[in-house]
Design a protein around this ligand. Structure first.
Ligand code: ADE
Length: 234
């Protein structure tokens, strides 16, 4: 198997990630050696009695922001040679499946999670290789955004989802939404599984799925079709 992907979360709230990292596919991925997780708390890099990792902004304004010293120390303690440092922030570039693929190709990610009002600007200037937003809304806790990014990235790594390679067919992998899926029973509360899926005709099934996928994308996310290169829109 390829070298494991190392993911380090830098967060003041390590317990927010404990349950997430201890569940199902991510846990299995770590057990199989496809990925290694580490959670680093900037508070462990403070030197005062109160272990102060955040403070009020200069110039006034609401909330607390992350101080530079403990975040720099936390990042530098784990970054090594190949660490790619990603700041989770609503000001970052939008997180998409393409960005997930980019990150999945790396060997070592540091996900720096802010909280409340965010970071001292020097953290961005001095540490960030990349800045990512998971959507146009503001979370109180960047660890949630870090978990979202890690989840989408880890499932793309070889050996995580298994032989069926579910990532080739799914939404966004071809720049389209996924076709409708059914399992047993063939009829439930009057709703029937489309005949073609029961037919066993693989070519027909593939054609139906492609049509459905295109129709769904046109109806719900026409912007995805506009974004596709011309030769892929046929
Ligand atoms: N931190 C707070 N809100 C966020 C968002 N939308 N994306 C990434 N990090 C965040």
């Amino acid at each position: 198997m390829a070298r494991p992907l190392q993911i380090d979360f830098i967060t003041l709230f390590p317990r927010m990630l404990a349950g997430f990292l201890d569940e199902s596919i991510l846990k299995r991925a770590a057990r199989k050696g496809a990925v290694r997780f580490q959670v680093v708390n900037p508070r462990d890099f403070t030197h005062d009695r109160h272990r102060t990792a955040d403070d009020r902004p200069y110039g006034g304004g609401p909330g607390m922001i992350l101080k530079p010293e403990p975040v720099f120390a936390a990042v530098e303690s784990v970054r090594g040679e190949d660490g790619y440092t990603v700041l989770l922030t609503p000001q970052g570039r939008p997180f998409t499946q393409a960005v997930a693929r980019e990150l999945a190709a790396r060997t070592h990610l540091l996900l720096v999670c802010g909280h409340y009002e965010g970071f001292d600007e020097r953290i961005r200037i001095g540490l960030a290789d990349d800045e990512i937003s998971i959507g146009d809304y503001v979370l109180t806790n960047g660890a949630l955004a870090g978990a979202v990014v890690a989840d989408a990235v880890v499932r793309l790594r070889a050996g995580v989802l298994g032989a069926s390679d579910a990532t080739v067919e799914e939404s966004f992998s071809q720049g389209r939404l996924e076709y409708p899926q059914y399992t047993r029973p063939p009829e439930f509360r009057g709703m029937k599984v489309p005949e073609v899926l029961l037919s066993g005709h693989h070519k027909e099934i593939a054609r139906w799925r492609a049509e459905q996928s295109l129709r769904r994308t046109r109806e719900r996310r026409p912007d995805l079709l506009e974004a596709l290169p011309v030769h892929r829109t046929c």
